[in-house]
Design a protein around this ligand. Structure first.
Ligand code: PAF
Length: 273
């Protein structure tokens, strides 16, 4: 494991052949290990980073309580045969006076971007820094954060960063709940009700596939979530998979996306159609 940027650079030079990279905020679960496995299938070595990025959290969000378990994460990565784990130091990534932000316009402004102003600028800025420092051939991100994946693809394309971005399908619990480090915030009772989110998406997908008008299917999905005890629904929408523009009727490559809050935990999920 390395921490300082100069140690990362030295260790990186020693890795010959194709390198895959899995950036994480730690609190690892099998979804992260699926990213590592996908990297191993595409490269000679996998590098991973663990950094809870302050820039992507809003002032009243969960930065301070975000789960941190560096030792356990490190041993999980070692067991998964990750060749290089980088735990960046905040002062290396954001030295005093750091003032640069990367904004991905349009794509980064709606849905999560509207609900969490500044979030995607924080993500795009740190991902650009991590990619530049690690210089991988391929980098892997979970489809669970579908808009984040789209933003990162656009960032890499617009800045012509020489890396291939690969999206890896969401890993789910038996009842369908998408694995997420934030699931740890759920009480047992909230956890049981949280499966209503993937269920609502699956039912909406089926309804739209069966010809129900999109707006009706989405309204039923939102009603199902409210009934299950989700207090706030930030969005439950059908979008174009590439542009993330909302769709009133089925067309091309589509995705259902949702963000809703149960108790004090905000959950995201999405499903292809
Ligand atoms: O998906 C995450 O864990 C984070 O947003 C990422 C991509 C590691 C950037 O901090």
């Amino acid at each position: 494991m390395v921490r300082a940027l100069h140690d990362l650079r030295r260790a990186r030079r020693e890795l010959t052949g194709r390198l895959a990279f899995v950036p994480t905020m730690g609190a690892l679960h099998p979804g992260h290990l699926a990213l590592v496995a996908a990297g191993q299938a595409r490269a000679d070595h996998v590098a991973a980073s663990i950094f809870v990025n302050p820039l992507q959290f809003g002032a009243h969000e969960d930065f301070s309580r975000y789960p941190r378990q560096e030792r356990l994460d490190h041993s999980m990565l070692q067991a998964a045969e990750v060749a290089l784990t980088w735990v960046p130091q905040a002062e290396d990534l954001y030295p005093d006076g750091f003032a640069t932000r990367i904004e991905v316009g349009g794509l980064g402004e709606r849905w999560e971007g509207a609900a969490r102003p500044g979030h995607f600028a924080g993500v795009a800025t740190v991902v650009a820094k991590l990619l530049i420092a690690v210089a991988p051939d391929v980098a892997l991100f979970g489809e669970k954060d579908f808009q984040q994946l789209a933003v990162i693809r656009r960032l890499v394309r617009d800045l012509a960063l020489p890396v291939e971005i690969v999206g890896v399908p969401t890993v789910r619990e038996e009842d369908g709940l998408a694995l997420s480090s934030r699931n740890a915030y759920l009480s047992a009772e909230e956890r049981a009700r949280a499966a209503a989110l993937p269920r609502a998406l699956a039912e909406a997908a089926q309804a739209i596939g069966g010809g129900l008008p999109v707006e009706e299917a989405l309204a039923e999905g939102r009603a199902g979530l409210r009934q299950a005890g989700f207090e706030r629904i930030d969005y439950f929408a059908l979008v174009d998979s590439a542009s993330l523009e909302p769709l009133d009727e089925p067309s091309g490559d589509m995705r259902l996306i949702a963000a809703a809050t149960i108790g004090s935990t905000r959950l995201l999920d999405n499903l292809p159609l």
